[in-house]
Design a protein around this ligand. Structure first.
Ligand code: HDE
Length: 687
């Protein structure tokens, strides 16, 4: 790896070349060519190391300091570059510059993340996903620091350390890692009923997305838009994935975490590198004070959402992620988001969670990036002109020239430096506020169950089963019966079917009494179809993965027909075989193999096809990973194309063809039908 030094760091010019092979000479940080990078300087070949070995000293010194503190939350993440294109002028709603001109493109950097796990944890933890977007607008950076779930656990930022401590590893033992399935988490949330709505989301399949590309994003809080006349409306921000919504099953998540702990980051990396850039539409839910007044919940309460059926989502632009990072550390690790980074025309509300966040992010950047100059790091630097009088500090890269480092000043010309601009400058919405200084939760935040119930009744039967299964799994990891019971006492306010299902799953002999409710839950909120994943799935297999299990003797024509049909659909086709060495097809042609069956379990694919030869099927039938490949695909309700000679393998996997709708015959004439079926992604048992 070569680090090109900027010209001002030295004399510039060509790096030293090694005569003969044309590669740059290895140097120290000071630019001194290195003669030997294999041996440290010692007194005699077996003697002590000399302290004057500056090359050794510098190399180890740098290595010792390679890490910066990981994020206290959202430590594990993955980022990519792209652009946002505004569809139409929104000048009637906001004066924010990026929304003024149709077709305007704004560069963006997006970082997706999990919340609870450390930097090295696995991607498929049951968790909320961060969806943070930095818009490098012409009038400064705007950070929309959102999640893939539209509500949050708590209403007041002062409880954030508590909810995060509770979910993170228990402090005495340092585990469990990246899991909410433990006593501390459920102890805290069951004592904090405002978490119940979010718990429904977290226990749903939203918390185990198939990949970042197939999940929604939400700004969560109510923000303000302010127009050219200073008039303001409320807004909720949404990201709608153009590829549709998709999640995995919990059982799959457990296995994916073992088979490919980097499943989500690899997916994003591959999609972009293979020329299939993920995209989302930015949606706005805009409403006014009158709507906020008559809405049954407080729009400043981040544990509530505004149903799309009440305020439709207006799609105003498109986000496309089409460039992977050059260097993970420099970009994904060092990117610094901050809810406080808004541009003129976008403003805050008094949501107490948002207000607390506005304090937290700058504070955390100082700790993590080590000084006040982190906007000098390229990924954080605005792409518009920056002129200011701030100076010095650790690692200052952008240093003012000239004489004036203060204003007002009476210097002339360039020496005078920049000046404020009352017309163009950021102007806060002049909200009128008054009241006594109190520590008091507003009465309007008191309903903790009604929207949780609305979420529950908006799910399909399959999704409701998954929610019951998730609560049962998680509470089953709690040792304390009183915590399990306390939690079920809240679920009784959400829906009796949910409470009963979980209580049965946990083997409770009787349902606990319902918890005391601060406000009686409502049961008159209509179902909101927008809240279901299955109701908002894709209508294509594009962007998904087909895994084809083959052996020597695989039918040449069938393999090619399958590959081209799925590739034309925009899907990725991967070949799985007994070994990675490759196989020979029925025409004697070599077929490249992507994964050996031990390393490519079917949980890594969205649909599978079984195309072994007769002999191959018999051989695979003796291999546990091959049997598991088939059994898992069937158990996970994936479409399985069964080639003409695959029967022996099915039998060995314990699968009876007639019992499963998802098993489809896959002969030469069946490719189109198989492809059409896979567009549904799964054949749920109730279908
Ligand atoms: Fe964050 N959050 N947060 N958060 N958050 C951080 O900032 C915080 C909250 C979110 O990819 C930290 O740079 C407080 C809600 C994302 O770099 C920290 C509260 C939502 C990311 C912080 C919240 C988020 C963070 C840690 C309660 C969804 C990752 C490292 C009031 C709307 C950004 C950092 C990235 C990161 C504080 C609640 C989203 C400590 C105090 C609600 C996506 O500043």
């Amino acid at each position: 790896m070569t680090q090109e030094q900027p010209d001002h760091a030295g004399t510039g010019g060509e790096p030293h070349q090694v005569a003969g092979d044309g590669r740059p000479v290895l140097t120290t940080q000071q630019g001194t060519p290195v003669a030997d990078d294999q041996n440290s300087l010692t007194v005699g070949a077996r003697g002590p190391t000399a302290i004057e070995d500056q090359h050794f000293r510098e190399k180890i010194f740098h290595f010792d300091h390679e890490r910066i503190p990981e994020r206290v939350v959202h430590a594990r993440g993955f980022g990519a570059h792209g652009h946002f294109e505004t569809y139409e002028s929104l000048s009637d709603l906001t004066r924010a510059d990026l929304f003024q001109r149709p077709g305007e493109r704004t560069e963006v950097f997006v970082r997706f993340s999990t919340v609870a796990g450390n930097k090295g944890s696995m991607d498929l933890a049951r968790d909320v996903r961060g969806f943070a977007t930095k818009f490098y607008t012409k009038e400064g950076n705007w950070d929309l620091v959102g999640n893939n779930i539209p509500v949050f656990f708590i209403q007041d930022a002062i409880k954030f350390p508590d909810v995060i401590h509770a979910v993170k590893p228990e402090p005495d033992r340092g585990f469990p890692q990246a899991q909410s399935a433990h006593d501390n988490f459920w102890d805290f949330v069951s004592l904090t009923p405002e978490t119940v709505h979010m718990l429904l989301w977290i226990m749903s399949d939203r918390a185990i997305p198939r990949s970042f590309r197939f999940m929604e994003g939400f700004g969560v809080h109510t923000f303000r838009l302010v127009d050219h006349d200073g008039a303001s409306s409320f807004v909720k921000f949404h990201w709608k994935p153009l590829a549709g919504l998709q999640s995995v099953l919990w059982e799959e998540a457990l296995k994916i975490n073992g088979a490919d702990p980097d499943f989500h980051r690899r997916d994003l990396w591959d999609a972009i590198r293979e020329g299939d850039p993920p995209s989302w539409e930015l949606g706005l839910q805009v409403f006014d004070e009158d709507f906020a007044e008559q809405f049954p919940f407080d729009v400043l309460d981040a544990t509530k959402l505004v149903p799309e059926e009440d305020v439709p989502v207006r799609r105003v632009g498109r986000l496309v992620l089409d460039r992977v990072v050059d260097n993970f550390f420099a970009e994904t690790e060092q990117v610094a988001f901050h809810t406080g980074n808004v541009v003129d025309g976008i403003d805050f509300t008094d949501d107490p969670l948002l207000q607390g966040r506005n304090f937290s992010y700058l504070d955390t950047q100082l700790k993590r990036l080590g000084g006040p100059n982190f906007t000098h790091i390229p990924v954080n630097a605005p792409k518009c002109p920056v002129h200011l009088f701030q100076q010095d500090g650790h690692m200052a890269m952008r240093n003012p020239t000239g004489r004036a480092n203060y204003e007002p000043n009476s210097w002339e010309g360039e020496e005078a430096g920049p000046r404020e601009d009352p017309e163009r400058g950021f102007t806060s919405y002049p909200e009128h506020v008054e009241g006594p200084k109190v520590r008091q939760r507003s009465e309007t935040f008191a309903d903790h169950y009604s929207q949780a119930r609305q979420f529950w009744i908006s799910q399909t039967a399959v999704e409701q089963d998954h929610i019951v299964g998730a609560f049962t799994f998680e509470l089953g990891k709690c040792d304390e019966a009183r915590i399990r019971e306390r939690m079920v006492s809240h679920l009784r306010h959400v829906h009796e079917d949910l409470a009963t299902g979980v209580a049965d799953g946990l083997g409770m002999s009787a349902l606990p009494d319902p918890a005391d409710a601060a406000r009686a839950p409502r049961d008159d909120l209509a179902a909101s179809p927008a809240l279901s994943i299955l109701a908002n799935g894709p209508d294509s297999f594009a962007g998904r993965r087909l895994g084809i299990l083959v052996t020597d003797g695989v039918d040449h024509d069938l393999l090619h027909a399958l590959r081209s049909a799925f590739t034309d659909e925009g899907a990725t086709v991967m070949v799985v075989a007994p070994s990675v060495q490759g196989v020979t097809d029925s025409d004697g042609d070599e077929v490249d193999v992507d994964e050996a069956v031990q390393g490519g379990p079917s949980v890594l694919f969205d649909a599978v096809a079984l195309l072994p030869s007769g002999d191959g099927a018999a051989a695979l039938a003796d291999q546990p990973p091959a049997r598991q490949f088939v059994a898992d695909a069937v158990a996970h309700h994936k479409y399985v194309g069964v080639g003409p000679d695959a029967t022996a393998l099915l039998g060995a996997a314990g699968v009876a063809v007639e019992d499963h709708d998802a098993l489809m015959p896959l002969g030469p004439g069946d490719v189109e039908d198989f492809l059409a079926a896979t567009r549904n992604l799964r054949a749920w048992p109730s279908d």
